[in-house]
Ligand binder design. Structure first.
Ligand code: AMP
Length: 400
């Protein structure tokens, strides 16, 4: 267990789950982590991981407050409660109101609530989580860290859609981008790993998990990113289509008589790797099937890699040069074959794969995977929870 007296509780609250970690910002390690899931259902449970142990129990009160109370009890039982000095929350959508992380007060919560129409699945759950944390830990301060805030430096020509301006002026319709906390962490780590000054560094980062996006980052600032008003825009993902012809909406409606919610479901939950492979949204499973000769699985991976390579090349435009291409997220950190496909598409940029380094850089390893001297491609392990803990420390000026 940690000797530090300044631990940060990091919460990521969804509508039916609370993912949590207690992080020592000094050692940058988790001392406790876990997941409360199936909230509001009879068999809601919480799993704790600490010191190599894992234990699961059912929740007596099955909502967000019950989950937070059970985390509180566990902290007390482990003698950690007195050491937790603040709580950092992942908040998904801050609209144009939040350009950085902030201490949460009533005003902030009202503004996050007002952004709920932009993230109807996420923001209400995030707010529930903050309220439950305030109730269970009344003496602790709360900090909000937004997925969107890192992208607020995008210039107008990158974030505007070419639709009537009135929609932006009156309804805030524009590109926002997501995964910002991961991008911020990964850009700093990449600069550290390569011994570069992050204020003189041009990189494209590909965050490839079940949700996937790329960002163009110049001197620590986001210039463009592939997700838009919602996380549906851009790359092929696990179950999301990414870019499609917007005319597909009326085609599906008129020809197949699908309503908006069925179309939304099709594009968000039934498309991407899952839709193309007709097998799975899990890249590992699709890769295994492709190796065994499944043509749809092979096609799914090719479409994924080709779209990604086109995006990466396009995202060099806002940089004017490319110092490094960075892979992160479950697929980016682990799939050597996906990285190889993408880098092979991009050889015209001067990227040359080091096959041994690429094959060895998986399962928690990080490092350069190209033999070219410039630009470089590298793998960085993202850690959004640590970034949230670090922001919480800096927003509240906590001495560690
Ligand atoms: P994330 O959302 O960041 O947890 O990433 C989840 C994605 O990473 C899933 O598509 C997984 O199949 C993929 N992934 C994890 N490990 C591997 C691996 N060894 N090879 C290929 N894909 C992987």
């Amino acid at each position: 267990m940690s000797n530090s007296n300044n631990l940060i509780l990091v919460l990521n609250c969804g509508s039916s789950s609370v993912k949590f970690s207690v992080i020592d910002p000094k050692t940058e390690k988790d001392v406790l982590s876990g997941l409360a899931e199936k909230l509001n259902l009879q068999d809601a449970s919480v799993t704790f991981k600490f010191d190599g142990h894992k234990e699961t129990r059912f929740l007596t009160t099955n909502d967000h407050t019950g989950a937070l109370e059970s985390i509180l009890e566990k902290l007390k039982a482990l003698g950690l409660f007195e050491k937790v000095t603040a709580i950092g929350h992942r908040l998904v959508h801050g609209g144009e109101a939040f350009k950085a992380s902030v201490e949460i007060n009533d005003e902030v919560l009202k503004t996050v609530e007002a952004c709920s129409n932009l993230a109807p699945l996420h923001n209400p759950a995030n707010i529930l989580g903050v309220r439950a944390a305030q109730k269970a830990f009344p003496s602790l301060k709360n900090v909000g860290v937004f997925d969107t805030s890192f992208h607020q430096t995008m210039p107008e020509h990158a974030y505007l859609y070419a639709v009537p301006m009135k929609l932006y002026r009156e309804n805030h319709v524009r590109r926002y981008g997501f995964h910002g906390t991961s991008y911020r962490f990964v850009a700093k780590e990449a600069a550290k790993m390569l011994n570069k000054d992050e204020n003189n560094f041009a990189l494209v980062v590909a965050h490839l998990g079940n949700g996937a996006s790329v960002a163009s980052i110049l001197n620590g600032k986001c210039m463009d990113t592939s997700m838009g008003l919602t996380p549906l825009e851009g790359l092929v993902m696990g179950t999301r289509s990414g870019d499609i012809d917007p005319g597909l909406f009326s085609y599906l409606n008129q020809e197949l008589k699908m309503d908006i919610s069925a179309i939304n479901n099709l594009l968000n939950k039934e498309s991407g790797l899952l839709g193309l492979s007709e097998l799975s949204n899990d890249c590992r499973e699709v890769e295994e099937a492709a190796e065994n000769g499944n043509r749809n699985a092979q096609l799914a991976l090719e479409v994924f890699a080709y779209r990604l390579a086109k995006y990466i090349a396009g995202y060099v435009v806002p940089l004017g040069r490319l110092d490094a291409l960075v892979f992160t997220g479950g697929i980016g950190e682990n799939s050597a074959s996906m990285r190889a496909r993408v880098i092979n598409h991009l050889s015209f940029l001067g990227l040359k794969l080091d096959e041994n380094a690429n094959n060895e850089t998986c399962r928690g390893k990080a490092g350069v995977i190209t033999s070219s001297t410039a630009p470089l491609a590298l793998v960085v392990n993202t850690n959004e929870e640590l970034m949230i803990a670090q922001d919480t420390v800096s927003v509240l000026n906590i001495a560690i």
